[in-house]
Design a binder for this molecule. Structure first.
Ligand SMILES: [Cu+2]
Length: 365
């Protein structure tokens, strides 16, 4: 897709500005204060009410036509939630993992017809600037939370596979959080039940104190086949791939880790630096029972899928660690590989669901 085609039209900007008046904003407790010991905390965000599968989507769904997309039902589509609770006011985050649960804290997943379709966590504050969208002029995810690529950075994302990203134990790095930084979320949820569902999104954070001797900050790096846009592209059939626009690195430091995100039908996502593949993040299917749909856990028995029957979904994505050194000027790209002869793609409301190809990595500073 060309860059200009991805740019939000003026009308879209107007509509978005109006919508943002109705944006969810949490009045939140101040979070754990300055921790003095390494720790772990799971924060709960929400609740989010996902419409039933035949009811109009909420969130920013009314923008979909302006973005050239067909509106879908049964989704909380990219709901911005600004100024959410942080795991600590001054610390280094060393691990993150997203989840989805019902009010009673039981797991909300595909086997009950509910998806953490994706979530994006951003940080806004002094020195925050998104390496791959800062100079883009317009970046949809940043704009949606009232920021820009030059004032906020995407620090974490997850799909329903809920991959944990963690600094390896032998490395003394973390993502710095300052008291004045503000965290924002984009939350995208899907419901395959007739009835609406209420859920909470969770993030389990691991952190270290700011005063940890010798600790160094990481910069998050977001690579995407539809960078600074919706991250979505149209699904094709058969064996196909999508590549990102190559990005010339502005970062210089150890490439600590990177993990991929694909939709069903995806086989693997590769990250390349100067034409050499440095990571192959593989999608694994149905390695846990809650990643099989059509088993009867939904309120109309057949799994709510248009195609009926059992279907296996991505339940894990491998993560690469200790990738080597990333240098200023290196050319970095990703390739998202799909093959629907190996794994079925999602059909939602009778049409192929859009696909994604995202990799989020961390570079030591
Ligand atoms: Cu996705």
């Amino acid at each position: 897709m060309s860059k200009s085609k991805r740019r939000l039209p003026f009308v879209g900007l107007m509509a978005l500005t109006v919508l943002m008046g109705g944006m969810v904003s949490c009045s939140k407790p101040p979070g754990t204060n300055n921790p003095t010991q390494p720790g772990e905390v799971t924060l709960r965000y929400g609740p989010f009410n996902i419409p039933g599968m035949n009811q109009p989507s909420t969130g920013l769904a009314s923008l979909m036509p302006l973005l050239g997309m067909t509106p879908e039902t049964g989704m909380v589509w990219n709901q911005p939630v600004t100024n959410v609770q942080k795991p600590c006011n001054a610390c280094y985050i060393t691990g993150m993992q997203a989840g989805l649960e019902y009010a009673d804290r039981s797991n909300a997943n595909i086997n009950t017809g509910v998806w953490l379709h994706h979530m994006v966590l951003m940080s806004q504050g002094a020195g925050k600037s998104d390496p791959t969208c800062a100079t883009n002029g317009f970046s949809l995810p940043h704009f949606a939370v009232g920021a820009s690529g030059a004032t906020a950075e995407r620090i974490f994302a997850s799909g329903n596979e809920r991959t944990a990203l963690e600094v390896p134990a032998n490395l003394n790095y973390g993502y710095p959080v300052a008291a004045a930084d503000r965290f924002h979320l984009l939350v995208d949820l899907m419901n395959e039940n007739e009835a609406p569902k209420q859920v909470y999104m969770t993030i389990k954070y691991k952190f270290k104190p700011t005063a940890t001797p010798g600790i160094r900050p990481v910069k998050p790096l977001w690579l995407d086949i539809n960078q600074c846009g919706t991250s979505e592209v149209k699904a094709k059939t058969g064996k196909y791939n999508y590549k990102s626009v190559p990005w010339r690195s502005t970062l210089n430091g150890p490439f600590i880790g990177v993990g991929g995100h694909l939709h069903d039908g995806g086989t693997n996502l590769t990250v390349d630096v100067n034409g050499q593949v440095v990571c192959n993040s593989e999608a694994k299917y149905a390695t846990k029972p809650e990643y099989i749909s059509g088993g009867g856990g939904m309120d109309h028995g057949d799994g709510g899928m248009d195609h009926g029957g059992m279907m296996e979904h991505i339940s894990e994505h491998t993560v690469c660690y200790n990738i080597g050194q990333l240098k200023t000027g290196d050319v970095v790209g990703i390739t998202a590989n799909y093959d629907d002869t190996q794994h079925a793609q999602m059909v939602h409301n009778g049409k192929l669901h859009n696909v994604m190809g995202i990799a989020i990595g961390y570079v030591g500073q």
